[in-house]
Design a protein around this ligand. Structure first.
Ligand SMILES: CCC(=O)NCCS(=O)(=O)O
Length: 364
């Protein structure tokens, strides 16, 4: 989360974390979820309900429908409107703090209804440090205006979102991402990736990538960033838990040097609606994947989060909420032989200098 020493950063930003309320020291972060959403819309990923399920897809969210909703979260239009749940999210953030959480990286970018004033209000009212994301989500959400922009124009906008504020506000983003890519990566997304790399060079800040839903997608996105001069050691590849399953392919990707993010903790569904060839892993399988990467020496390159982006994952709707990792996954990791120093070393995307004790404190 650190802003590095870039050509365009101001001296006071260098080495600091830029939250929606201003700059903080890295040591103030506390335990950090590096990939969450607090307010957003996800209509761009609506999946038509299966024949016969149209009634369920249009029904109000009720206890008796929760199992269907958990298995078909993208087929229920209202479920895609997390932006309607500000009060519920505020309650969740207060619980997250009680559970030992300190900070959240809010990955909502242009295209999925970023709302910086709401993020600032939530940070003020809950005491959770919130770091907002700059840049653009996937191609289907790009406006005609965005599509026509040059790489230079896109770069200027991303840089300005970090240096001066975004969406007509003075609220500054602190990371670039999540930058959306589809599979295959579209021309407009390639321009945004190149602009991301150029902006990162100017600012020295971390980048977070949403890969397309194909095993070749993470590597291809990293290659484009690399060719445009991006700093891969300060780049996070998200959603690996639905993208890379083969251990050898995972290791090949890990060698490219990005952070490796397992950020769908709490998602337990049979089918991955966007790619029916995928068997979605359980949380236990995610913990096993982390154990594999730790054995292979990548413990300081792993990040974990829940990527909450729909209503049904909030506790208000019977979901696991933002505290699931702290309350359930960390104890599970310990019970499966992960050492507390390894859990502590699941670090922030800071280029390796974060005080890790502050992320996962010694009592674990
Ligand atoms: C905006 C949230 C997001 O992109 N989450 C990832 C969903 S999925 O692509 O892994 O299905």
């Amino acid at each position: 989360m650190f802003i590095g020493q870039g050509r365009r950063t101001m001296p006071e930003q260098s080495g600091k974390v830029q939250t929606v309320l201003g700059l903080i020291e890295p040591g103030q972060l506390g335990r950090t979820m590096t990939h969450e959403h607090l307010t957003m819309t996800f209509e761009c990923s609506h999946v038509p309900p299966a024949p016969g399920d149209e009634g369920l897809a249009a029904a109000p969210i009720e206890m008796k429908h929760l199992h269907w909703l958990q298995q078909n979260p993208y087929s229920h239009s209202e479920n895609l409107l997390l932006n309607q749940e500000i009060e519920a999210v505020k309650e969740e953030l207060l619980c997250y703090r009680k559970a030992g959480g300190g900070s959240i990286v809010e990955n909502t970018t242009t295209g999925i209804t970023r709302n910086l004033p709401v993020l600032r209000k939530l940070a003020k009212e809950t005491g959770v440090h919130i770091i907002a994301g700059a840049g653009y989500y996937v191609d289907v959400t790009h406006s005609d205006e965005t599509r026509k922009m040059t790489v230079e124009k896109l770069t200027d906008i991303i840089v300005s979102e970090v240096l001066h504020g975004a969406d007509g506000t003075d609220i500054r983003c602190g990371v670039i991402g999540e930058i959306g890519t589809s599979w295959p990566i579209t021309e407009s997304e390639k321009k945004v990736l190149r602009a991301t790399a150029h902006a990162q060079t100017q600012l020295g800040c971390p980048v977070i990538i949403h890969p397309g839903r194909n095993k070749a997608a993470p590597g291809e996105a990293i290659r484009i960033l690399q060719e445009a001069g991006g700093n891969i050691s300060k780049t996070v590849m998200s959603h690996l838990d639905r993208t890379l399953f083969d251990q050898q392919e995972l290791l090949e990707f890990a060698k490219m040097g990005s952070y490796l993010e397992y950020d769908l903790f709490g998602t337990e569904m049979l089918n991955y609606p966007f790619n029916l060839d995928v068997d979605m892993p359980s949380d236990s399988q995610r913990v096993q994947a982390l154990a594999f990467l730790i054995r292979e020496g990548y413990e300081d390159r792993i990040l974990i989060a829940h990527d909450i982006h729909t209503k049904h994952r909030l506790t208000k709707y019977g979901g696991h909420g933002f505290s699931h990792i702290l309350k359930n996954i960390v104890p599970k990791m310990l019970s499966r032989g992960h050492r507390s120093h390894q859990i502590q070393s699941i670090s922030s995307p800071d280029g390796g200098s974060a005080p890790r004790d502050d992320l996962y404190s010694p009592e674990f």
